[in-house]
Design a protein around this ligand. Structure first.
Ligand SMILES: Nc1ncnc2c1ncn2[C@@H]1O[C@H](COP(=O)(O)OP(=O)(O)O)[C@@H](O)[C@H]1O
Ligand SMILES: [Mg+2]
Length: 303
């Protein structure tokens, strides 16, 4: 069956890792996708999961460690297939597609540890690696590699050995390798978690630009709350299922839910939330320094 109601659609998806029942301790006998997951002993890494991401959207997935985020990422490009339910990518059921590689080309994955993603001995060879695998002609390969290096701001490192680069530069090499494949969507699974603030910023700026200027769909899995301010929508995940969906404003106005899931508010939202609880007349979910400054200027009668 084809689906046309989103670029990526999860329809009641559950996933159990092979052997999970033996490996994960705890009472899993009564776990079903419906009764769900009751903590560390749950059998299903994700259960009864429904969500969709539209073409061109920038969506964040937030949840604490073990909540199922990486499993969701793997399901998105058919690295794993649902135990129950269906995942559709660009209308195609990942369990039924004849061309898994086409799904993996369309949905590029960037993982957490940049060292595990680098294969070749120079930056340009690394960026070309996927293209060689799919047999792209030499001239087009050179063109695509040049363009990807340019977009990711790493042209000057093209001959450099990747292991000499910083974490942020390595992640930009990984993103360039994905870009060269001309994906419709990029999934970043905690790809900024190991980076310093400068490296995080450089990777985020690139994917934001790819989203805004080139219409590439971005799915950002993160636990840095401040990285979510500019996204279109957030899915809050807990115990392998969606707890809440909404715009950053909607999500971070609900402080109790966010904190209840073991997450935090972005720093400015936390600051204004506390001011509000002290009786100061400020709006909910002030996201980012710029908005904070304008709210404070207004309060001070200086806008
Ligand atoms: N390869 C695996 N084999 C068995 N269980 C796994 C495997 N990977 C993850 N899990 C379990 O699945 C659940 C979700 O994990 P994961 O998707 O990695 O969460 P997150 O990325 O949010 O930290 C956890 O209970 C985890 O222990
Ligand atoms: Mg993970």
């Amino acid at each position: 069956m084809e689906r046309t109601d989103g670029f990526i659609v999860f329809d009641n998806v559950s996933y159990e890792y092979p052997g999970a029942e033996e490996e994960i301790s705890g009472d899993v006998k009564n776990d079903t996708p419906e009764t769900g997951n009751t903590g560390a002993g749950r059998k299903y890494a994700v259960s009864g999961l429904n969500f969709h991401v539209n073409k061109g959207e920038f969506v964040c997935i937030l949840g604490r460690n073990g909540s199922g985020k990486s499993t969701i990422a793997r399901l998105m490009n058919a690295l794993i297939l649902p135990t129950e339910g269906h995942v559709y990518v660009d209308g195609e059921d990942t369990a039924e597609t004849k061309d898994l590689w086409e799904i993996r080309r369309k949905v590029g994955m960037c993982f957490q540890n940049p060292d595990n993603q680098i294969i070749a001995t120079s930056v340009e060879e690394d960026v070309a690696f996927g293209l060689e695998n799919i047999g792209v002609e030499r001239e087009e390969m050179i063109e695509r590699v040049n363009e990807a290096l340019r977009v990711c701001g790493i042209e000057k490192y093209r001959k450099t050995e990747p292991h000499l680069l910083s974490g942020g530069q390595k992640q930009r090499v990984a993103v360039a390798g994905i870009l060269a494949m001309k994906p419709s969507c990029i999934v970043l699974d905690e790809s900024t978690a190991m980076l310093d603030p400068k490296g995080r910023k450089s990777v985020l700026e690139i994917v934001t630009k790819l989203n805004k200027e080139d219409g590439i769909t971005v799915i950002l899995i993160t636990h840095h709350m401040d990285e979510t301010a500019g996204c279109d929508r957030i899915y809050l995940i807990n115990e392998g299922t969606v707890v809440k969906e909404g715009t950053p404003k909607e999500i971070f106005s609900d402080r109790d839910t966010v904190l209840g899931l073991g997450l935090e508010l972005p720093p400015t939202a936390e600051l204004f939330s506390r001011l509000k609880s002290e009786g100061v007349n400020v709006p909910d979910a002030v996201l980012g320094i710029d908005e904070g400054v304008s709210v404070l200027l207004n309060l001070a009668g200086k806008d």
